[in-house]
Every structure is written in C-alpha cells, then in structure tokens.
Design a protein around this ligand. Structure first.
Ligand code: SF4
Length: 430
C-alpha cells in the first residue's frame, strides 16, 4: 500500500484506540525518513546521529550523500500539524526513498511531509555542550558516550563487535559487525573496545556539563563474548564498567546492562557491580524462529536455557528489573517467519504472557531492515503497519492485564512524555 495522508487516516480510524502519534512514529521507524538538502543544512547544527551500535538505517553509508551521513540528527520530535500531535520522539533512520520527508517550511521551521501534505512540525535535539568536548586522547564524547532518548540515556557500546561471526552465527537481523566496518571506512571515530578510562573520562565530562541533569540512565552493551575478551568472560567484561562508574559517580545514573542471558554467577557479578536493570534480549519468542534467526545464541546457549536464564535472573535483579527486548517484526521475516499477521501476533502474545506472568516485562524495538544483514535480501520491505499496530494493542493490553508497573529506566510513559525512540511501547503505556 502506498503511504499517503489518506492511508494514514485509514490507520488512525482502524486503530482508533491507539494514539495517532504512536502509529505514525511506528511507520517512521518501519520505513525510515528522507531529508531534503535544505533540511539537512539546518540539522547540521543539531545533535548528530551517533550510530550508537547498529546502523539503524535503510541504506548503507556508501548509498547516502555526505550530508545524509553527517548532518542527520539522532532523533526528532513531532508536534502539532492537522492532528495536533503531542511531542513524540522518533529515532532517525535514514532512507532517501521513504515517503516521509523532513523539509523546510517558513524559513528555519522544519516539518514532516508525505507527498505534498504536511503532517506535523519537526523539532531537533539541541547539540549538548558535552558534544563539543574531546577526551584527552582526542576522541569525541560522541564516540565514547553518545546520548539518546532526548538526552535521557547515555549509550555505552563498550564492544562494537560481536563474537558471533558470519552468516552461521550472527543474528540474521543484526548488522553490528558490518556496521563497525562501514563506520571505520567512513572515517568516523568509532572505538571497537572502549577502555574503562575512556568511559570514565566521557562520563566526567557529561556529569560536569549536563547541569540540568537531563541524563538519567546509562546503558552498557555491545556484542556477545563467546570465549574471552581481554581474558574475561562476558559477565566479567561488562561488569567492570558499572563497577567503575558507580565507584566514581555513586547513584548519579541508573545503570543498565544489555548483554546475553548469562549463567547465574555472571548475572550476580553484574548486580554486584552496580547495574540496576538487566536486559537479556530474547529477540523473538517462537522457538524455531529463535534457532533460525539467532543461530549463534541457539548453538552456544540454546533457546530453553536462554529463557530459563531470564527467569532465573529475576531472583537476582527482581522481576521488575529484568527487561528483555525483542525485535518486533522479525517473526514475520521471510523465508522462515509467519506470513499471517494474527499468527505472528499470537506467537508474540504467548511470549508476553509467559514473561509477564512471572512479573518480567519485555519491551521491543521496531525492526529496521538494514541492508548489511542476512535477512535483507529476502525482506526488502518491513512487515506491514497493520502488524505493528496489532502488536501495540496486544502489548498494551497484556501489560494492563498483568497489572505490571511501567518498566523502570525509560522515563515517563504516555504520549507527549515518552522519550524511548526506537519503538512506541512507552507511548502506549500509562
Ligand atoms: S548477539 Fe546477535 S543481536 Fe547481539 S550483537 Fe551479536 S549478532 Fe547482534
């Protein structure tokens, strides 16, 4: 279906129980956003896209213009327009072929249009003062500690590669290793393994210059460690970062670890180090799809063990503080995934029921079909917007049915408040 103002209105009425903002946000994440040169000239002064872990673009760097590579913002805020949108934060995913275009209206004001129809105003994140600082080593803060979610979250990808290597092991939807290569080829400062000293130096700069204390949480993450890295297993490697940060800045931020579903002793090490929240992502619920789409995890850990470890981790962190992510949409990826929307939703619902009945609340990101991934060749287009709208309904309703609290570490929920930018799960809660 061609995207237009009229088709958007159709979705708004078909899913009238969902906020219009959440529907458009989801479609922007599905399809990506194009920019005019004039709009990019304005965006060049804003907070730039940092490529914080994956590319999260629908095109490779070589398919983008220099301005698209360097001047695109990390996120944008949608407001106003014919539907009087409340502020809605969306992550920027570059796609020059998208039907959604950010363009200049009236002088310096940016707006989002689809064809010739203006949909809403666009505001860009201000470039924070700490983005103009370099570490003593000369590396920019944007490499070591970029901030997302409108400044709420400091994103520390400590290890920009994954030891699941090649088509037989890498998750089929993930471009972490290829993205690392393309960002290095682009000439970006893009540190493969961040030292503790570099991270502490960047955190010191942010702590000093973020005088309004907008930054509230930090995430430490990176690729999986299947053997050893610097002589350490995965739990030991990632635990050191919280240990150092909490020693130097006790309680300043909420610490989150996005790592594998680890054996219990490594989970304990993460907790002892000072992390508050543990994200052992399960990616997709269906067992066969987990094995096909995350073959490395299936081979090294196994799907049942992965799920058991998530539940076991709740004993260490408390159920509320275990928040596994799934990549929404990969259950409909071809050639292995569901072809029927309701069958895919039923499977995802089963996973939500399982975790939420244990008090563990998953969250999700909208799958970005990145070109440097295995799934791209058989999935040139993302799953339908109908699928994502059904998912938002099911997620919201299941969360309500289990009477769970809003997941901590994401700021305030609800339209006009949510800052989580890679899916609308927080926009539909509260
Ligand atoms: S475990 Fe999978 S999703 Fe995570 S970084 Fe490695 S390949 Fe990517």
């Amino acid at each position: 279906m061609t995207t237009s103002y009229a088709t958007l209105e159709t979705f708004f009425s078909r899913y009238s129980d969902l906020p219009k903002e959440a529907i458009l946000k989801t479609d922007l994440l599905r399809q990506g956003i194009a920019w005019t040169r004039a709009a990019l000239a304005i965006s060049a002064k804003a907070k730039p896209k940092s490529y914080f872990i994956f590319s999260f673009d629908r095109k490779t760097q070589s398919e983008l213009t220099p301005e698209e590579r360097r001047a695109a913002p990390e996120e944008l805020a949608l407001t106003g327009g014919p539907w009087e949108f409340k502020r809605t934060i969306v992550s920027q995913r570059m796609n020059p072929d998208s039907p959604y275009v950010v363009d200049v209206r009236d002088g310096e004001q940016l707006g989002l249009r689809c064809g010739n129809d203006w949909l809403c105003d666009v505001t860009l994140p201000k470039r924070p003062s700490y983005y103009d600082e370099n570490l003593a080593t000369g590396k920019p803060v944007t490499d070591i500690a970029p901030t997302l979610e409108w400044g709420y979250l400091i994103y520390l990808t400590a290890f920009r590669l994954c030891q699941y290597w090649g088509k037989e092991e890498e998750c089929q939807f993930c471009d972490i290793n290829n993205n690392y290569r393309q960002q290095k080829a682009e000439g970006r400062s893009y540190t493969g393994v961040k030292s503790i000293d570099e991270v502490l130096a960047a955190m010191e700069i942010i702590n000093r210059l973020d005088t309004d204390r907008v930054s509230t949480a930090y995430t430490v993450t990176g690729g999986s460690i299947t053997t050893k890295l610097d002589g350490m297993n995965e739990g030991e490697f990632y635990a050191r970062y919280a240990d150092a940060i909490e020693s130097q800045f006790p309680g300043r931020w909420i610490g989150k670890a996005v790592v594998q579903a680890l054996p219990i002793d490594e989970v304990k090490a993460l907790k002892t180090a000072g992390y508050t929240i543990y994200h052992p992502n399960y990616e997709v619920w269906d067992e066969q799809l987990f094995n096909q789409l995350s073959p490395g995890k299936a081979r090294y850990v196994g799907r049942d063990e992965w799920i058991n470890r998530i539940i076991d981790a709740a004993e260490i962190f408390s159920p509320q503080h275990v928040i596994p992510n799934f990549v929404a949409g990969i259950e409909m990826s071809q050639p292995h995934g569901f072809t029927d929307i309701e069958a895919a939703i039923k499977s995802t619902q089963e996973g939500l029921d399982f975790f939420m009945s244990h008090g563990v609340c998953p969250r999700f990101t909208v799958w970005c079909v990145e070109p440097n991934t295995v799934l791209h060749s058989t999935n040139p287009e993302p799953p339908s917007l109908d699928y994502y709208c059904r998912l938002l309904q099911v997620y919201r309703d299941t969360h309500k049915r289990y009477d769970l609290p809003v997941p901590p570490g994401y700021g305030s929920p609800g339209v006009g408040q949510a800052v989580f930018s890679v899916s609308a799960f927080m926009d539909v809660l509260g």
